[in-house]
Design a protein around this ligand. Structure first.
Ligand SMILES: [Zn+2]
Length: 138
């Protein structure tokens, strides 16, 4: 198994109605990525879709992927495209389950949001993931 230093929380920065397949197509066809952006993506109804095994390296945060696990919820912006924490209760619960399980397997890993990495100018995941992780993981 890879050594995991970070469990990274993301939003897709799409409307909540976005489909996992269209997000995957965007990565593949527009960004020309060979691997997905996240290991797991959480739909508004709480369904967790696994896009890559934990052993795989995904494209979540440039420069930090070899030692990170990435999970994202679908959403994170309002109708005007501004950052907004619009996680559904089901997405929050599912994210908590995913992160707790990863933290159990990788107790040394730091849980943080995409925006918490130095030099990242994005709002992703549109909420304070460090504070959230303290509530749900400790
Ligand atoms: Zn992100």
């Amino acid at each position: 198994m890879r050594s995991i230093s970070y469990i990274v929380i993301h939003c897709t920065a799409t409307l909540q109605s976005a489909k996992v397949e269209s997000i995957q197509n965007y990565w593949k066809n527009n960004l020309k990525w060979k691997s997905p952006g996240y290991h797991k993506i959480i739909e508004p109804n709480g369904t967790v879709r696994t896009l890559a095994p934990d052993a795989a390296v995904c494209n979540g945060v440039k420069g930090h992927n070899s030692h990170s696990l990435h999970v994202s919820y679908i959403g994170g912006i309002d109708a005007k495209g501004n950052a907004k924490d619009n996680r559904t209760p089901q997405q929050k619960a599912a994210m908590e389950r995913v992160v707790r399980e990863w933290k159990r397997q990788h107790p040394q890993a730091v849980v943080q949001g995409h925006r918490d990495f130095a030099g990242v100018a994005k709002a992703c995941p549109s909420f304070d993931a460090i504070a959230w992780a303290k509530e749900v993981c400790l």
